[in-house]
Each structure stands twice: as C-alpha cells, then as structure tokens.
Design a protein around this ligand. Sequence first.
Ligand SMILES: [Zn+2]
Length: 172
Amino acid sequence: MLSSLPRAADLYQLAAAGKSYTGRIDPSEFQRLLSAVHRAGRRVEISLRFGVEEGVHYLRGELDTELVVLCQRCMAPLDLPLGSRFLLGLVRSAGEEPLLPDRFEPFLVEQREMDLHALVEDELLLSLPLVPRHPAGECLQPPYGGGGREAGSGRQRPFAVLAGLAARGEKQ
Ligand SMILES: [Zn+2]
C-alpha cells in the first residue's frame, strides 16, 4: 500500500537514485479527477520508476484504475477502465526537447521540486476519453435516453418550427 506520493520531489534526484514507487491510492485523494467523473471506482494502482538511460533522466509510469463516468449518448453510468502508460524524459528547458530520443515524451521540469501526486493526477486526467460512450448498441434505452428530454410537453418540435418559418416566408 502506497501511503502517499511526495508532494515535493526533485525528479532529477529521484532518477539519479533509481527510485520507484508502487502501490495503491484511494481515488478520493484525487479531487480534480473526481470532479471530472461521475464517481470513483476502484483504487488507483500506481507504478512509478525513475532512472537514467542514455543520459536521459526519465520517469516510467503505469497507472490503472476504473472510474464511473456518464455515457455521453444515453447519459447512464458507464464503468470505464482507465490505464495510462508513459515514459517521460525530463528536460530543463524547451531547448533540450529535440535532444531526447523519440521514445521519451518530453516533460519540462520547471521547479526544482515538483508534486508527484499532481503529476499522477494529471496523467490520469489526460487519459480520460473526451466523449465517453458505451460500445455501439449497448446504450440503455429510455428512461435514461429520450424520457427526460420529452418530459416537457410545452416544447416545440424543431421540424414544426422550421415548417412554420418556411410558411411565413412564402407569405411575404
Ligand atoms: Zn450509453
């Protein structure tokens, strides 16, 4: 069990020392992530390995969890397995980026000490799909889908409105 990730860590130092962190964190610790989803799922499995390869200080990460989001087609809850794999090559300035071998994703280290907890949360947020949906054909039917939308009886049907506009145009 990973009690907590350092909130202030020198990433270059961790890489030089070959540090690693593995364990599980309760999703309730990731408030920004929770506000982006419907509700938390199982605990976040975290594996972070720092090291140096070809002179590049890197962070290799594997994150796995499952969250509950709302399907953007039928608006019903959807269990979303979320996995993130990344290999970040640390750079101190944008000028160092072209020197990185292709397999590294540049990660700009702006301060001497960075928040590992926030870094993990950022990576999870980045791996969220923009428009989560059930697989084709697996969406729930009303009441989740159309029921709510048709509840207001006073609403005009768009085609009726268009027809009305067209009729008015003909008269003028
Ligand atoms: Zn759906």
